[in-house]
Ligand binder design. Structure first.
Ligand code: FAD
Length: 472
């Protein structure tokens, strides 16, 4: 069992000298620093917060904390959904959100170099002004890109473009002992030893602090088009996904949504977006499919081909969303799913499994049936194109302890089923604090011990983000 030291008043004074004017303590620390967007995984106030403005400050504080065995937790925007930035052992939170400069573009090498606290929305919009696109598109646009890299965030466009990992060329990192190092380079291929770059991506702040990033950009597509495809039921909707993928028509996104979640989101955004009834058929589910390319005419050709496939496979209709306002409203409604659920639910937890695409329909049926057996209300949506499902457990009636007990039973069954059908515990939100037990059960002791070994090499004193990923 690791023993940590507490920040005594004397140590706090020394810490303040390391980063003058940027350390918060006591009542100056806002309660938001105690949690992320999934409060069910608990909260804990840090003893001090570094509102970092430079790499040197982060390195100085990290070195100080390592010498004094004080736990450190890195925080981007705190939008994570697995308790990853919660300082479960107290100590110091290092917040990167003030390091938000886009440092330089290298358009000849299709890359941009940024500080870690740049927000996803800020980067996406700025890149567009240069005619470039940063393809990763997770739902929360106000997350930091550093947080996106630390969790290997996915998002809607992963079907065509892949996840955050595919766009990280290089990074600067502060190691747990305060040393500053660099991984990767502005090159498009490498076979140069173990990839420490890729080890850092998705390590959820447990191996080092990402303090600078060089990211890959692509030329921005000139045209986009979305389709709302209504179905009578979710099973028919999901069954079309392999056919859509086989068509070779290169969709950018294929999202699925059940009736209940569409209604929740429409109540939240205050407008109707998705069809409820068409030609006498009640609409039980929709797919939202997006295409992008260089010319609008070419996209319409693709849409014609895909419409044929979809109607043959049971779609009630294929609605083209090409009006800019309607397009914005549709994707705003899609992005509002989680906030919509939050606005109507007292207790909430989430399972972000990823399963092979051909298993989605069967897995969703299992999730619904098991939810009923466990006495939990289940709401689900997700990225049908890559098998990443967001299955929410909700309650407005249960006491918190009973809710947690039931969710635990539910998760045991769900994750076991996911693994047995070839899936994994998390598609994009990570392990954080909430899913350590399920990761251990799914990968087995040998692999958990390898992960712990890697952690010990980077962080022998186990001070960086303790209690997360592979350490309970
Ligand atoms: C409405 C909503 C929609 C979302 N949609 C998606 C989605 O579509 N896809 C998806 O993948 N996620 C999604 N998320 C989850 C969340 O936005 C992502 O996990 C995001 O990457 C977290 O970034 P952050 O800056 O908020 O990080 P935080 O929550 O602050 O931290 C997350 C983890 O990263 C670590 N970390 C943060 N910054 C650094 C750094 N500079 N160096 C090292 N470690 C660091 C933290 O220690 C922590 O473990 C959504 C969340 C919400 C609330």
């Amino acid at each position: 069992m690791t023993q940590y030291n507490r920040l005594t008043p004397e140590l706090i004074e020394e810490l303040k000298a390391v980063a003058p004017d940027h350390i918060l303590t006591g009542e100056d620390i806002n309660e938001d620093y105690a949690r992320d967007e999934m409060p069910i995984y608990g909260s804990r106030m840090p003893d001090a917060v570094l509102q970092a403005t430079s790499i040197e400050e982060i390195a100085g504080v990290m070195k100080f904390c390592n010498e004094h065995r004080i736990p450190v937790t890195t925080r981007g925007a705190g939008t994570g959904l697995v308790g990853g930035c919660v300082p479960v052992y107290g100590g110091v939170v290092i917040e990167t959100i003030r390091m938000n400069r886009i440092l330089s573009y290298d358009l000849e090498n299709f890359s941009v170099t940024i500080e870690p606290g740049v927000l996803l929305q800020q980067l996406a919009e700025d890149a567009l002004t240069k005619g470039m696109m940063y393809p990763p598109d997770p739902g929360e646009k106000l997350a930091t890109v550093g947080g996106n890299v630390a969790t290997n965030a996915g998002g809607m466009r992963a079907v065509k473009y892949g996840t955050t990992r595919d766009y990280v060329l290089a990074m600067k990192v502060v190691l747990p002992n305060g040393e500053i190092t660099e991984y990767g380079a502005k090159v498009s291929k490498t076979s140069s030893g173990y990839s420490l770059l890729h080890l850092m991506i998705g390590s959820e702040g447990t191996l080092g602090i990402i303090v600078e990033l060089t990211l890959k950009l692509i030329p921005a597509p000139k045209a986009t088009l979305s389709l709302i495809v209504p179905f009578e039921d979710i099973d028919t909707a999901i069954a079309t996904v392999p056919k859509v993928k086989m068509s070779n028509l290169d969709p950018q996104a294929i999202e699925f949504m059940e009736r209940e979640i569409m209604d929740v989101s429409e109540r939240y955004v205050g407008r109707e977006v998705f069809p409820k009834q068409m030609g006498g058929t009640e609409i039980g589910a929709c797919l939202l499919i997006a295409f992008d390319g260089q010319k609008e005419e070419e996209l319409y050709e693709r849409v014609e081909s895909i419409a044929e496939i979809l109607t043959e496979a049971g779609a009630v209709d294929v609605l083209v969303v090409d009006n800019p306002q309607k397009l914005r409203n549709t994707w705003a409604a899609r992005s509002g799913f989680l906030e919509g659920i939050e606005s109507e639910t007292k207790l909430l937890d989430e399972c972000d499994v990823v399963v092979p695409v051909a298993e989605i329909a069967r897995f969703l049926r299992f999730a619904r049936k098991t939810g009923e057996e466990c006495g939990l209300e289940i709401k689900s949506f997700g990225h049908a194109g890559d098998g990443n499902l967001h299955i929410y457990q909700c309650s407005n009636d249960l006491e918190k302890d009973e809710f947690i007990r039931r969710v635990d039973v539910y998760f045991e069954k769900l994750y076991k089923e996911a693994v047995s059908c070839g899936g994994l515990v998390s598609g994009e939100h990570g392990i954080g604090r909430g899913k350590v037990k399920y990761l251990a059960e799914s990968v087995g002791e040998t692999n958990m011990e390898l992960m712990r070994g890697i952690k010990r090499v980077f962080d022998p004193n186990l001070i960086l983000n303790p209690g997360k990923v592979c350490f309970e």
